[in-house]
Design a protein around this ligand. Structure first.
Ligand SMILES: Nc1ncnc2c1ncn2[C@@H]1O[C@H](COP(=O)(O)OP(=O)(O)O)[C@@H](O)[C@H]1O
Ligand SMILES: [Mg+2]
Length: 392
């Protein structure tokens, strides 16, 4: 079973690339499902066919589903919500406010993960292609399994027992509504649905993320940050898709400076994502719509490559934290004996080792940190960061 996460900034062509990858993979014989977690569902627009919240058949070996996270949220959280509404009411919110406040932002997306987990263990599929929401939401979604397990351990581990013991006491003192056992069993049921999702998604042999970009400054900047955060959470990015490139045949003077800036940005893409393969897709004459066009788009995008395979098996960037120390390791092949030069501009780290240059968008968690040491080990540069300036 393979899972491909297709992500990128809004409008770059995520849905198109996800749909095209799925159509192409199905035509090569893989039983493929393409699933959209973006609330702005456009899979059905791309395929020009109705696609619902349940699995829809699009063609031989090709299935699609537009997850309605909202709906699932409402179903599974009705019991839990009741409790929140009671608590909020107790805290003085009127009933309409309480209803509104009980909707925890982002929590509905967890259900998308639960469905992915269900598909991932379904023997009827060889490949799951996920058309993700724009990057910010996707990063939050992909970090959720971590956050959730932390929350479950902290909030519902030992303290669950405490809550039970202290229930009569609290009720007497404050009249704070106390969660019923229904609440806890609903939480547990819910949690068991996403437990293990992280392991599936961060196992590089199961799951790859593909970043779709356009050769435009702002898009590339965002993609680089996404790349960093995906690496931070342990996800494996295995390719970058540079989409909507101006075709050679466009010679109109009007596009001259566009062409110039696209080639500059393509170079940026190479420096920022090397050694990942960069797949190129030209701007088509019109929108890429329908199974046939998508299949052709996918076929020309991947060429001789197997769309479902792991397109890069090295981790270009890896971040690991231990206490106050964070070690960032960057793949820099053929650089054993060269001198390392580092330059940092705000949250951007420029690394030059001999003729090889890499630029890395540092995560916010390293904002107050400085590079304490740099070492080359087996073609990887290990940078150790330590926190500075905390005791102002
Ligand atoms: N290579 C391309 N050539 C022409 N149109 C494209 C190409 N890639 C995407 N599009 C069009 O651009 C628009 C946005 O693409 P879409 O895949 O929906 O982006 P996203 O999912 O990232 O928001 C759609 O109208 C789509 O048909
Ligand atoms: Mg989309």
């Amino acid at each position: 079973m393979r899972i491909l996460l297709v992500t990128g900034k809004g409008g770059v062509g995520k849905t198109t690339v996800a749909a095209a990858t799925a159509a192409h993979a199905a035509s090569r014989g893989l039983r493929t499902i393409v699933v959209s977690t973006d609330p702005a569902h456009s899979l059905s627009d791309a395929f020009d066919a109705p696609i619902s919240d349940s699995v829809t058949v699009l063609g031989p070996r090709l299935f699609a589903q537009q997850l309605d996270a909202r709906l699932r949220f409402e179903q599974a959280w009705s019991e839990i919500r009741e409790y929140f509404v009671q608590v909020l009411g107790w805290a003085g919110a009127d009933s309409i406010e309480a209803e509104e406040l009980a909707v925890i932002p982002g929590l509905d997306e967890v259900f998308a993960l639960a469905d992915l987990k269900a598909h991932a263990t379904n023997p009827d599929y060889d490949l799951i292609v996920v058309d993700c929401a724009p990057t910010a939401e996707t990063i939050r979604l992909l970090s959720l399994p971590d956050v959730m397990s932390w929350y479950m351990d902290k909030a519902f581990g030992p303290s669950r027992r405490i809550a039970k013991i202290s229930r009569p006491v609290i009720s007497r003192i404050s009249k704070l509504p106390i969660a019923s056992d229904n609440f806890f069993s609903a939480i547990e049921r819910f949690y068991s649905r996403i437990d293990g999702v992280r392991e599936v998604l961060t196992d590089g042999s199961n799951c790859s993320a593909r970043l779709v970009v356009n050769a435009e400054r702002m898009v590339v900047a965002e993609a680089r940050r996404t790349f960093t955060y995906l690496s931070l959470f342990g996800y494996h990015v295995d390719a970058v898709v540079a989409n909507k490139l101006l075709p050679e045949s466009v010679s109109d003077e009007f596009f001259a400076s566009w062409r110039q800036s696209q080639s500059t940005q393509l170079e940026q893409i190479e420096t920022a994502f090397s050694p990942l393969p960069i797949l190129h897709a030209e701007l088509a004459r019109s929108e890429v719509i329908g199974l046939e066009s998508l299949g052709e788009f996918g076929s020309s995008l991947y060429g001789a490559l197997d769309p479902a395979s792991r397109l890069a098996d090295i981790q270009p960037m890896h971040l690991e934290s231990a206490g106050e120390k964070t070690v960032l390791s960057v793949h820099l092949p053929f650089s054993e004996r060269a001198e390392i030069e580092l330059a940092r501009v705000d949250q951007e780290l420029l690394v030059a080792v001999g003729p090889h240059r890499r630029s890395v968008a540092l995560p916010d968690s390293l904002r107050g940190s400085e590079v304490a040491s740099a070492r080359l080990i087996d073609g990887r540069l290990h940078l150790e960061f330590t926190r500075v300036g905390d005791n102002r």
